[in-house]
Design a protein around this ligand. Structure first.
Ligand code: GDP
Length: 295
């Protein structure tokens, strides 16, 4: 496992061979290789710095286990630390004590928010949970049609009031409709912009206040690597997220955004998107992502 990193660590761990303890001085080259590996996996620079400091803390003082390749021992320390930072285990969706559970979707335009709304609805439907999707993105008229089309495809109803209505009203009425229909879960798709802007944040905050969601999920495009850190910081500070969905992991991106989002917001990645199809959603598992980042 982790052959690429192992190879790069070859020179670094020669320094560890024959030594009985990992010390701040004999570990520097190895840390430098991990730093490079994380940066090439698109982890945000500040996140890398914090992570390397954690790894150093975890590794220094460790006995070099005789009979075990010190490089492999070091990689295990890095892997364990990555898993720890990403939250150790999968964190499921929140569930309301009294139905419906409300899930608010947030994120920039093009990240896969509308697709993720439908993916999540299908995922829940497969668990025998009933769902209503609510279309509040009135700025991109195609977004409402897109959700309606997806709704038909997965046989999940969509609540919408056209593109002239106020998004906060749509969300409020959508929630009331879900209650009336006896739905188990309501997923609210919201408007995104190409960049974070004040108006979008204010509107999102208003919707959030109006529907009091159990989960506010930030949808993040894994291919945006470095940007993912700023995005999660801003959304968490201004809106308060409870988790994230990392999309487009079917590409060859190494998934460094997962580490950035988790470390910066402190909130778990709950799902990953692995394709354009509505079925292409999987729960997030820290161990799998750690392997992907290190490979
Ligand atoms: P929104 O503007 O955030 O609502 O984004 P959309 O849901 O409209 O998605 C934007 C584009 O990304 C569409 O072409 C989707 O098919 C595509 N997309 C969404 N999720 C994924 C994914 O996990 N993998 C891939 N490859 N494409 C995705």
């Amino acid at each position: 496992m982790f052959d690429a990193l192992a190879e790069r660590l070859e020179d670094a761990w020669k320094k560890l061979r024959g030594q009985d303890k990992i010390t701040p001085s004999n570990i520097q080259d190895a840390l430098q290789e991990v730093r490079r590996a994380l940066l090439s996996a698109d982890v945000n620079l500040q996140v890398v710095k914090n992570f390397i400091a954690d790894v150093e803390k975890a590794a220094v003082g460790a006995e070099v286990i005789s009979g075990v390749n010190p490089g492999q021992q070091f990689i295990k320390i890095v892997y364990d630390e990555l898993v720890k930072v990403m939250g150790e285990s999968n964190v499921p969706l929140a569930q309301a004590k009294t139905v419906p559970t409300v899930i608010l979707m947030a994120g920039l335009q093009g990240t896969g928010k509308t697709t993720a709304t439908a993916k999540l609805a299908l995922y829940l439907r497969k668990e025998n949970r009933s769902c209503l999707m609510v279309a509040t993105d009135v700025y991109r008229p195609a977004a409402i049609d897109q959700l309606i089309t997806l709704g038909k495809q997965i046989e999940v109803p969509v609540f919408e009031l056209g593109s002239q209505a106020n998004p906060v009203d749509i969300a409020t009425q959508g929630l009331a409709k879900a209650k009336e229909m006896g739905m188990d879960t309501v997923i609210i798709d919201t408007a995104g912009r190409l960049q974070i802007d004040e108006e979008m944040m204010v509107e999102l905050a208003r919707i959030k206040k109006a529907v009091n969601p159990n989960d506010t999920l930030l949808v993040v495009d894994a291919m945006t690597g470095q940007e993912a850190a700023n995005l999660s910081r801003t959304f968490h500070e201004q809106i308060g997220i409870t988790g994230a969905i990392l999309t487009k992991l079917d590409g060859d991106t190494r998934g460094g955004a997962a580490l950035s989002v988790r470390q910066i917001s402190g909130q778990p990645i709950k799902f990953i998107g692995v394709g354009e199809k509505v079925e292409a959603l999987q729960p997030f598992y820290p161990e799998r992502m750690a392997s992907r980042i290190l490979n």
